[in-house]
Design a protein around this ligand. Structure first.
Ligand code: SF4
Length: 437
């Protein structure tokens, strides 16, 4: 690699402004020095593996625009590469800044390589998912070295970040076995690590050989996303000792990565009641010294299967306004089935709304500009301008067109027709006659 540094963090600490930092600064309306300083401290991560050609770099940090991730990938029930790639590109067009490839069927490498050559969004993976598939061996037959080799393989393929469930240890096994949790472990990767440890009696390989893994991540500038194996899977388990103890370990692992100039994100809950979300963000930011927090939800109630994109968007908005930097989307199919194209679309839009609402609440520069333009377009009853500013113009236009006002008053909509408050006010303020009947 023809550059003086291994990772963005190392460059930042050497005082170098990388081309990726320049792009992030431009996208965020910040100075390059602001970005460099925060990358050096670990408070902004720029996951950008140099082997990911065509990547549009993005910064992830609580002081930046909230980013969203979409989980996709080939599986036994959807193994067509072209269809999955189509979903990926439509997710990117809808505004996803990251795609996590959770492929779990067949030879996963060609799809991963395709993503890293074609997709401009950041690419993340969970190497432990891929380990069983890659070796075509039972979980118990895999060795620590096997897992580490898969991390290396993903890094060499060009992925920008990897989720590693380093935070659970043998102690977690006894904590879970004591039965105090309703939902035990709901993280897929966490459950695999737990199962491997339970079957082999060995320590968590991602914890035990963390330094070796960090070397791989340093060499390829892969950002470590510290997985939260013990994220609560229901409200009753939220903020319990299991979750907090793992978080304390993730704080230690964050510092160890930073000591080697490896960029880190920390993953977070999960199912959390609304009144505990801000406190969760504060605790994470304190323990993990401001490392970007990547939340999977949080889902604010357990009882809405079919609508969990909404439960997650409510939680995601509160979380992001309280310090989370990165939201993992949740679709209406969560807890029920593999999401289809429409589920993916609904999930992305819900996450984008949450992220945008949080950015406004955080007072980010320019965050409300689009809302202000929308308000102007609404006051003028300029429908084309409204569609232009809409997060999902297609849906907005389709709804209006399908239910146009009966009496051809195209300046209003069919909600109030000639009783349109906006129209009446515009006319009243202009001194015009207001015809209602
Ligand atoms: S008709 Fe009612 S809902 Fe439609 S634009 Fe006017 S005030 Fe708004």
């Amino acid at each position: 690699m023809n550059r003086q540094y291994h990772t963005q963090m190392e460059a930042a600490r050497m005082g170098i402004v990388t081309p990726e930092m320049e792009i992030v600064a431009k996208n965020e309306g910040r100075t390059t020095e602001f970005i460099r300083e925060h990358v050096a401290k670990g408070q902004i991560a720029i996951p950008a593996n140099p082997r990911h050609k065509g990547l549009k770099p993005n910064g992830i940090g609580s002081m930046l625009k909230t980013k969203i991730n979409v989980n996709l990938g080939v599986s036994r029930d959807c193994k067509d590469y072209d269809i999955e790639m189509e979903k990926v590109m439509s997710a990117v067009n809808l505004g996803a800044e990251a795609i996590m490839d959770l492929s779990s069927h067949g030879n996963t490498q060609p799809f991963r390589q395709l993503l890293c050559s074609k997709c401009p969004a950041m690419i993340g993976t969970v190497p432990i998912y891929d380990s069983v598939i890659h070796y075509q061996r039972d979980l118990a037959d895999l060795t620590a070295k096997d897992f580490i080799d898969v991390v290396r393989l993903h890094a060499e393929d060009g992925v920008d970040f990897v989720t590693l469930h380093c935070g659970i240890t043998r102690k977690t096994i006894s904590q879970i076995r004591d039965g105090s949790r309703k939902m035990n472990i709901v993280s897929r990767g966490g459950s695999l690590v737990f199962a491997w440890m339970a079957m082999t009696g060995h320590e968590n390989p991602f914890y035990e050989y963390y330094d070796e893994i960090l070397e791989i991540c340093r060499e390829h500038d892969v950002t470590v996303s510290l997985g939260d194996a013990c994220r609560p899977g229901c409200l009753a388990d939220a903020t319990d000792p299991c979750q907090i103890e793992e978080l304390i370990r993730l704080g230690e692992l964050t510092q160890r990565a930073w000591d080697r100039d490896v960029q880190v994100m920390v993953e977070g809950p999960g199912h959390v009641p609304m009144d505990q979300i801000a406190a969760n963000m504060k605790v994470q930011q304190t323990i993990c010294k401001g490392a970007p927090f990547y939340v999977l939800g949080p889902l604010v109630t357990d009882i809405a299967p079919g609508y969990d994109h909404i439960t997650a968007a409510i939680g995601g908005a509160i979380a992001a306004a309280s310090g989370a930097a990165f939201l993992c989307y949740v679709t209406p199919a969560e807890h029920l089935a593999l999401p289809n194209v429409e589920d993916v679309r609904q999930g992305i839009i819900a996450s984008k709304i949450a992220a945008h609402a949080a950015d406004i609440a955080k007072g980010l520069p320019g965050a409300r500009d689009q809302d202000d333009r929308m308000a102007d377009a609404r006051r003028k009853l300029d429908w084309d301008a409204q569609f232009l500013e809409a997060l999902d113009p297609e849906t907005a236009k389709a709804i209006r067109d399908s239910r146009a006002p009966e009496d051809d008053h195209s300046d209003t909509c069919s909600m109030c027709g000639k009783f349109c408050a906006v129209r009446s006010m515009n006319k009243a303020l202009a001194g015009e006659y207001i015809d209602i009947l």
